[in-house]
Design a protein around this ligand. Structure first.
Ligand SMILES: Cc1ncc(COP(=O)(O)O)c(C=O)c1O
Length: 361
């Protein structure tokens, strides 16, 4: 097997056992005689798949009955539009801005109403999330939007912010299921599958019933959360394969990783290997985010020069560690260490960082 350590920000590494099971059953699902790629989305077989994917998500995230779980398409990017199309409609909403993806969400909201930047860390180049009490929520806001983990900057909310009693809507694309969540603080959470939940294709939306009731009449069908919920995500053909892999990944999270508390502890252990190496490097490696807001999923840092950064990426790749180049908009290095990245991969990177500093520092 010629697999490398894949530090891609997404689509990203998946659990080996999931890929193996998918491979084993790709020609024909047991007892079905057809591939998951070939079955009808209206078949009993797929019904069982989507129901199990939902049940697994519900048990892992402890999702109460008054929330619906939807599997949509269009990525988190379509949610940047669907949220304002359904809930903004000419009014105002508060956006907590902690990085690039939040900016994109605001840009789409502007087409539908007046999003207000309730708090931004742009002037510091997005290195942290707000402290408690720093965000003043507008009493007129239809909702409050946040990005729990800014994938490009590597900045993650350590805790859920206070939304001042307004419905809190969260883009959780890059830290979905990386830790348990106080779900009752959120009116809606959405996440593209292709980081922590599966391959690209499905977008999970967890939405509270009272928010669904606010969906206006006469919406375009595919953009209508209520219609999608009424049809159990089967209004049209859903991304069957992606949902099947989400089912396998959530099974793996439950059975092999032991649930989200254990996954969280494991993620903390993995991330601290890299952050400790950065902190102990005497300034050779400089982390981007302030310590309290460091992402468990996307570790971002700089080296003394861009030339050294390019050399780091090149030498790491030669040793089997791929996709470490930071996003083009911020530069530096980014190691995405999602749930499925084994600790051995992180240890290999840590050893490489130490050796690189010894040679080049
Ligand atoms: C936090 C966050 N939001 C949104 C997106 C956009 O996701 P998609 O490409 O699924 O639309 C990404 C993708 O990397 C992301 O990391």
């Amino acid at each position: 097997m010629n697999r490398v350590w894949n530090f891609s920000a997404g689509p990203a590494v998946l659990p080996i056992s999931v890929i193996q099971e998918a491979q084993e059953h790709l020609m024909a699902l047991p007892g079905v005689g057809m591939s998951i790629l070939e079955i009808s989305h209206r078949s009993k077989t797929f019904e069982a798949v989507i129901q199990e994917a939902e049940a697994n998500l519900r048990s892992l995230l402890r999702i109460p009955d008054h929330y619906k779980v939807l599997f949509l398409q269009g990525g988190a990017t379509l949610q940047f539009s669907m949220v304002p199309i359904n809930f903004l409609r000419g009014s105002s909403a508060d956006y907590i801005l902690t990085g690039t993806w939040g900016q994109k969400a605001i840009a789409e909201a502007k087409r539908e109403g007046s999003p207000r930047v309730a708090w931004s860390n742009k002037e510091e180049n997005f290195i942290r999330t707000p402290h408690a009490g720093e965000v003043q929520i507008d009493p007129q806001a239809a909702y409050v939007h946040m990005t729990s983990n800014e994938t490009i900057q590597g900045v993650q909310f350590p805790e859920t912010p206070d939304s001042g009693g307004k419905p809190l809507i969260c883009d959780s694309s890059s830290d979905f299921m990386c830790r348990p969540l106080p779900l009752d603080k959120y009116a809606m959470i959405y996440a593209g599958a292709q980081k922590n939940a599966g391959p690209a294709g499905a977008t999970m939306v967890i939405i509270r019933d009272d928010l669904l009731e606010r969906v206006p009449e006469n919406m375009h069908s595919m953009l209508d959360y209520r219609l999608q919920a009424e049809n159990d995500s089967l209004y049209n053909t859903p991304p069957v394969f992606s949902i099947y892999i989400v089912m396998l990944v959530t099974r793996w999270l439950r059975d092999e990783m032991g649930g989200l508390e254990k996954m969280h502890a494991h993620n903390q252990k993995k991330a601290s290997l890299l952050y400790d190496t950065i902190d102990e490097s005497g300034g050779f490696y400089r982390g981007h985010a302030v310590k309290e807001c460091r992402s468990l999923m996307n570790v971002t840092w700089r080296l003394p020069t861009e030339e050294l950064e390019a050399e780091f990426v090149k030498q790491a790749k030669a040793e089997g560690m791929h996709e470490l180049k930071g996003h083009r908009s911020v530069g530096g290095i980014r190691a995405s260490i999602y749930n499925a990245m084994p600790i051995e991969g992180v240890q290999t990177l840590q050893a490489f960082m130490k050796e690189f500093q010894r040679k080049m520092g």
